[in-house]
Design a protein around this ligand. Structure first.
Ligand code: AMP
Length: 628
């Protein structure tokens, strides 16, 4: 790993020189005057004074050389449609979307909330916001009314863009009723809602507020909207992510740093060059969808494939069919998707010509050794595990074939990526750990370009959440355990907090508990993440009832379980639905009242619950054992 190490050393020892060079990858309308302003730790400002625009760099900049080449390919196996947009088509659609937003009074700094499935309009409106300096906040379509209402109140969007429905497994999933409920629940009132009518389910429009996208598009097609040149540190978007409290955190990203970081990552990490085809099967509602469905590939002059559908429909060869049809060079997916494929006929992996495919990248959750190895052997292609978070925006740990090809070790996301001064820190002493010692994966600030600038409208929470975990040290905590082996390979060993990861979806157990507790029969609850062979983890809920006697009635258990699951689905969406709801008389707690989650998880996974010296009532654990 000599080259990777040397490249990394330069990037952290001489940040200014390193990033000033990388910044030349993008167009600056006005050059920056300072590479890094770190006068107010831990807040980092990159490329100070420089003016640029994400939409210009992703779309307009490539029009001279790539106007007729595919920029965005949309494949939907849900509605059986495939559309290729050239860079010129993309420019036309993005300009129309920008003109629509402007006609609704959206100006620089206003927020636009995008609640859409994987349809091209999601990308059009994201880029349209970027073009005029509006701040987009994309909300994952799988989230339900309560989640959406929280995000509406925090981001306070002037306009919301949504649709009648998404689809999953060939069946429509209505979006509009959830959106209406969310707007009703929220204190903030958006001025307008633009609706993409896919004709999947009937929807009622609220007069004066709701507007039809197709009508507006026809009116604004062929309008050219001038690019608004933004100082590099202007907010570009807010993307909410779960934490340990019920309130989601709005991860705020800048403009210039993000453009530079993503563009560089396309080459160094993903081995891409202009003209290459990149396919990330993630959803635009997640960070991977932002960085590697929309911005990254387009900024680097690559074609991006956007996919609406599952990895197993019409059959488990669909990802490989897309690779063959569109000549995909790099595929980015999640370990869960591959674990699902593993259950299907291996012959499906050989049905298509995959000669264009150079590498496969998997991220978002731990990639177990067996799955990584299985895929790599079955396809005969390198499989690269990369580790990162919504907060960082791009990989922290990864193999970097654009810097140097090194052998990967399954179970390890290889090594620190240039720009990230990554450490393993002992949480009690605040000291760096030695080889093979488990500690918390941390990053010495300043965080590199493209990483989060702050929490939306909450600088204090940013510092408190991320930079106050270690005694005597202002270091960014990822809240993941990790270690480095003797050869310098890194391993991620799970979360240090109460965040769980179900099929790559990051969920705060606190948010689910709050929903369980809204059921009138429930007094309190504990939700934990339990190992699952396909999804990585699954949520399991333990509820204490106000009156345990209600369980005596026939079918009471099933009915309550059903009702509680329904509440969770309505408030947090189907992704958050626990696999089981179990009823107990009390929860195992410490004498100071903290729920002993680790002990509960251990019992659920059939392991020893470990140190129980602080437990208030050992009988509570016996109950957990017996209901399991
Ligand atoms: P998210 O912000 O939703 O992308 O979730 C980030 C979290 O997912 C990380 O903090 C890790 O806990 C987990 N994660 C992401 N990628 C990996 C990986 N390659 N290996 C292990 N855990 C991962």
């Amino acid at each position: 790993m000599q080259k990777i190490r040397e490249f990394h050393r330069q990037s952290v020892q001489d940040k200014e020189t390193f990033w000033a060079r990388e910044a030349q990858r993008i167009h600056w309308e006005t050059p920056f005057t300072q590479v890094l302003d770190y006068s107010r730790p831990p807040f980092a400002r990159w490329f100070v004074g420089g003016r640029t625009n994400l939409c210009y760099n992703a779309v307009d900049r490539w029009l001279d050389t790539q106007a007729d080449q595919p920029a965005l390919i949309w494949v939907s196996t849900e509605v059986d449609q495939e559309i290729t947009y050239t860079r010129a088509d993309l420019a036309r659609e993005v300009n129309a979307a920008a003109a629509i937003l402007q006609s609704l009074g959206v100006v620089q700094g206003d927020r636009v909330l995008i609640y859409l499935p994987m349809i091209p309009q999601a990308a059009f409106f994201m880029l349209a916001c970027a073009r005029i300096g509006a701040i987009h906040s994309v909300v994952f379509g799988g989230f339900a009314a309560h989640n959406l209402a929280q995000r509406i109140d925090d981001a306070q969007p002037k306009v919301i863009v949504s649709t009648d429905a998404g689809a999953r497994g060939g069946r429509p999933i209505a979006y509009k009723p959830l959106l209406d409920q969310a707007i009703q629940q929220a204190a903030h009132v958006p001025e307008h809602v633009v609706l993409v009518d896919r004709g999947l389910v009937p929807m009622t429009l609220t007069a004066g507020r709701d507007l039809d996208y197709a009508t507006l598009r026809a009116r604004h097609l062929d309008v050219r909207v001038p690019v608004v040149w933004l100082e590099s540190n202007t907010p570009s978007y807010v993307l909410y992510t779960s934490g340990t409290t019920g309130n989601p955190k709005g991860v705020q990203r800048d403009v210039g740093g993000y453009a530079v970081a993503l563009c560089a990552s396309m080459e160094y990490i993903f081995g891409g060059k202009p003209g290459d085809v990149y396919f990330s099967s993630s959803d635009v509602g997640w960070v991977v969808g932002h960085s590697y469905v929309v911005y990254g590939p387009l900024l680097n002059g690559q074609t991006t494939v956007m996919y609406e559908g599952t990895p197993i429909r019409p059959d488990a060869a669909i990802l490989w069919r897309i690779v063959e049809t569109y000549g995909v060079n790099a595929l980015f997916s999640a370990p869960t998707a591959i674990r699902v494929l593993k259950k299907h006929d291996p012959a499906l992996l050989r049905r298509h010509d995959l000669s264009s495919l150079e590498r496969i990248y998997l991220a978002g959750e731990p990639l177990d050794e067996l799955t990584g190895q299985w895929l790599s052997e079955a396809l005969g292609k390198p499989v690269i595990d990369n580790y990162w978070q919504t907060e960082t925006g791009w990989p922290i740990l990864s193999a970097q074939p654009g810097v140097e090809e090194v052998p990967v070790r399954f179970g390890s996301p290889t090594a620190p990526v240039y720009g990230y001064d990554v450490r393993v820190v002992n949480e009690a002493t605040g000291q760096d750990c030695g080889p093979n010692q488990k500690g918390v994966v941390a990053v010495e600030p300043p965080l590199p370009p493209g990483a989060m600038a702050t929490i939306w409208r909450n600088d204090e929470r940013f510092v408190k959440t991320y930079f106050q975990s270690f005694p005597g040290r202002l270091t960014y905590s990822t809240s993941d355990w990790g270690l480095v082996d003797d050869d310098g390979y890194w391993y991620i060993l799970g979360r240090t907090d109460d965040v769980i990861n179900v099929a790559g979806h990051r969920l705060g157990t606190r948010e689910i508990e709050e929903s369980v507790n809204t059921h009138p029969a429930v007094a309190e609850s504990a939700v934990v993440g339990v190992a699952d062979p396909i999804k990585g983890q699954q949520a399991v809920a333990f509820a204490v009832l106000r009156d345990p006697a209600v369980l005596d009635a026939a079918d009471a258990r099933d009915r309550l379980e059903r009702e509680i699951k329904q509440v969770i689905e309505q408030r947090n969406g189907a992704v958050a639905r626990p696999s089981r709801i179990l009823f107990v008389n009390n929860l195992p707690k410490t004498r100071s009242g903290k729920v002993l989650r680790r002990a509960i998880v251990a019992l659920c996974e059939g392991r020893d619950p470990g140190d129980l010296t602080t437990i208030e009532d050992p009988g509570a654990l016996d109950q957990i054992r017996s209901v399991l």
